[in-house]
Write a protein that binds this ligand. Structure first.
Ligand code: CU
Length: 147
């Protein structure tokens, strides 16, 4: 009886592992020591689980990746400006969908989040002071919903 229970427990665990949601991994790097992302656009499906891996290959500049729930330049401005005086450079703003920690040169940081269900264009920016006006990219949510 106990043995049978253990067997079932084992099968259950395998089942849970096998059903783990697939994760769409996006690798982003800066362009040298410029205030630019090398990857300025990527596409994910509505509701997809996304992992952004930011490899800071720069030699002097710290950077982060902050994903917004909009493409609005006004919101980009609001978040980018508020970040300057925030101790972690990530303000408490409802437009922030996901963000990585600040990566020092040579560091890799990552964040996993659920893409919006609504197809559209979503801006991501680096909110390290002085970077956001130039350091931007677009996450395109398009296609068939996953899950
Ligand atoms: Cu930056």
């Amino acid at each position: 009886m106990i043995r049978r229970s253990l067997l079932w427990l084992g099968l259950l665990l395998i089942g849970v592992g096998g059903q783990a949601e697939p994760v769409k991994e996006i690798v982003i790097e800066p362009v040298g020591d410029e205030l630019k992302f090398k990857q300025t656009e990527f596409t994910v499906a509505p509701g997809e689980t996304v992992r952004i891996v930011f490899r800071n290959t720069a030699t002097v500049m710290p950077h982060n990746v902050v994903v917004l729930n909009t493409d609005s330049p006004a919101v980009v401005n609001r978040v980018g400006t508020a970040a300057i005086t925030d101790p972690d450079y990530v303000p408490d703003d409802p437009a922030i969908l996901a963000y990585t920690e600040v990566a020092q040169p040579g560091e890799t940081v990552e964040v996993t989040f659920k893409a919006p269900d609504k197809p559209g264009r979503y801006r991501y920016i680096c909110t390290f002071p002085g970077h956001y006006t130039m350091m931007q990219g677009t996450m395109v949510v398009s296609g068939k919903a996953t899950g």
